[in-house]
Ligand binder design. Structure first.
Ligand code: CTP
Ligand code: CA
Length: 224
């Protein structure tokens, strides 16, 4: 169509991208969340779109707007995100860039919780959220040919990310060091290591848009 054929290496391919944080309600006015702007996920969706892919963009409440030209599915909680990903299947590839809350509050209140004057905070009961990356990686039917996860770590990045790739059963992991001294969190740049079946590959520090283009390019090599 409007994309030059030489660039349309993902024409006819469907890719699911998760992005942003999830919000897990405590009560109608409070929630638990991860720190995530959603900008790396949005950039990846845009880069895949630019290569001609049909993109299902499943996003939690992010601070950056979703890119144009993708199908946007807005969710709030991890469980809604899992259900939306399931509804978007089948797909040729899945890129899980969301910062999913690991726990949800099981005794969330339907009305605003009030201080009771005792000085004691309420006790929150929590349970673990579904692991969307591990779930999709282990699907017997409809497993995307390529499943890509992220690992944002503050220490022993390569070791944690390598273990995570094996534990979750995904094909690739994009590992990054988000320790405060890197200044990565909340910024426009990223420094990542792509861990594939061929081992780790360290990319130089570059803009999030450039990381996204390079990742989309590698995805096109794999499934295009
Ligand atoms: N992920 C997911 N569903 C979850 C948790 C994580 O899909 N419930 C995905 C993220 O989108 C990311 C990858 O798994 O692609 C790694 O997330 P991370 O939080 O680093 O992994 P966890 O297994 O939650 O490990 P940790 O205890 O380090 O948080
Ligand atoms: Ca986690």
């Amino acid at each position: 169509s409007e994309i030059p054929l030489t660039l349309a290496r993902l024409n006819g391919r469907h890719v699911i991208v998760t992005s942003g944080p999830t919000h897990e309600p405590i009560d109608p006015v409070r929630y638990i969340a991860n720190r995530s702007s959603g900008s790396q996920g949005a950039a990846i969706a845009a880069a895949l779109r630019d290569l001609g892919a049909r993109v299902s963009f499943v996003t939690g409440p992010a601070s950056v707007p979703p890119p144009a030209g993708v199908e946007v599915i807005r969710v709030e909680t991890a469980r809604q995100m899992r259900d939306a990903v399931e509804a978007a299947l089948p797909a040729d590839a899945a890129v899980m860039a969301a910062a999913v809350a690991d726990w949800r509050v099981t005794n969330a209140s339907d009305s605003k919780m009030k201080k009771d004057g005792s000085g004691r905070p309420p006790a929150l009961e929590m349970s673990e959220n579904p692991d969307i990356l591990a779930w999709i990686s282990h699907l017997e039917q409809d497993r995307p040919r390529l499943v890509v996860g992220f690992a944002a770590e503050t220490n022993d990045v390569l070791r944690h990310a390598t273990e995570k790739r094996l534990r979750k059963g995904c094909d690739w992991i994009v590992a990054n060091d988000v320790s405060p001294e890197t200044g990565i969190m909340g910024g426009q740049e990223n420094a990542v290591t792509l861990i594939s079946q061929h081992g780790p590959e360290e990319w130089p520090r570059m803009s999030k848009a450039e990381v996204a283009r390079r990742l989309a390019d590698r995805i096109a090599e794999e499934i295009g």
